[in-house]
Design a binder for this molecule. Structure first.
Ligand SMILES: Nc1ncnc2c1ncn2[C@@H]1O[C@H](COP(=O)(O)OP(=O)(O)OP(=O)(O)O)[C@@H](O)[C@H]1O
Ligand SMILES: [Mg+2]
Length: 255
């Protein structure tokens, strides 16, 4: 079953073509990669798929629904969650509150329910808190629930971002360079963690990553873009052999 379908997606930034006529689809329960050189347009694709940008041209269909015109919190409510290349956690809030506040945004609570604390609101609140704490425990960061994220090592902040994304119960999780800035032991742990998340949760994962070890070991399929265009797509071993990919991205010394 197709989960996400990208059709003729194009994004122009005042003359610069960041994404160009991109066609790509992702099935339910797939773990795929998106790679390409710096500035290839990878993050822009995620910004489009999560409602942060509206495409200049083309369509993004998620579970049969066109995402055109939807704001990020609406896209998130439909089941697409993401992490950011540059970690975006609220520094002045605790780890737990970072996760809870994100859920509130997504649920679009009105001021009425906040002031009057309706029973339905309180029940949702309890459920969200319970789920957030459960996820923090699974990720072995529950003891930092009351810490400010800035006090945690980088690797843990990345985990908090993943927990925040998972807390919304997504059908599609977009990870933008989850291994960036991590020590090699943390990278190994992250690979295990992402595989575990994929096995345990009923979702698909689409991951941007520069570290070949991560994409090659996790992804069943990898899309390669260069200058916003799809230049290859296939299994890790297939794409490693494509001359275009080697030239654009992997470098001759990789093979
Ligand atoms: N909001 C924006 N306004 C103008 N130009 C942008 C904007 N966002 C991205 N770009 C440009 O679009 C191109 C693609 O950027 P993007 O961040 O998607 O690349 P990337 O593949 O994620 O690169 P990296 O591997 O360095 O993260 C770049 O030339 C970038 O400067
Ligand atoms: Mg990027």
């Amino acid at each position: 079953m197709t989960l996400l379908e990208i059709k003729d997606l194009t994004q122009l930034f005042s003359g610069l073509c960041a994404v160009s006529e991109l066609n790509l689809s992702l099935d339910e329960r797939e773990l795929i990669g998106l790679i390409g050189p710096n500035g290839a347009g990878k993050t822009t694709v995620f910004n489009l798929a999560s409602g942060f940008y509206q495409p200049t041209h083309g369509e993004i269909i998620f579970q049969g629904r066109n995402l055109a015109g939807l704001k990020p919190h609406r896209v998130s409510a439909l089941g697409i969650a993401r992490t950011f290349q540059n970690i975006r956690l609220w520094k002045e809030m605790s780890v737990l509150d970072n996760i809870l506040v994100a859920q509130h945004f997504q649920l679009g609570y009105g001021l009425g329910s906040l002031f009057f604390r309706t029973p339905r609101y309180l029940k949702r609140e309890r459920d969200i808190r319970h789920r957030a704490l459960e996820l923090l425990e699974i990720f072995k960061i529950d003891k930092f629930a009351d810490e400010k994220p800035g006090n945690l090592p980088y690797g843990m902040q990345r985990k908090v971002e993943i927990v925040r994304a998972l807390a919304s119960g997504p059908k599609l999780l977009l990870l933008d360079e989850p291994a960036a800035g991590l020590q090699s032991t943390d990278v190994t742990e992250l690979i295990t963690l992402i595989q575990w998340v994929f096995d345990q949760f009923d979702l698909s994962i689409w991951m941007i990553e520069h570290q070949m070890k991560v994409v090659m070991s996790l992804c069943s399929r990898i899309a390669v873009i260069d200058f916003g265009r799809l230049i290859a797509s296939g299994t890790p071993s297939e794409i490693q052999q494509r001359p275009k990919v080697i030239k654009a991205y992997l470098g001759d010394d990789q093979l």
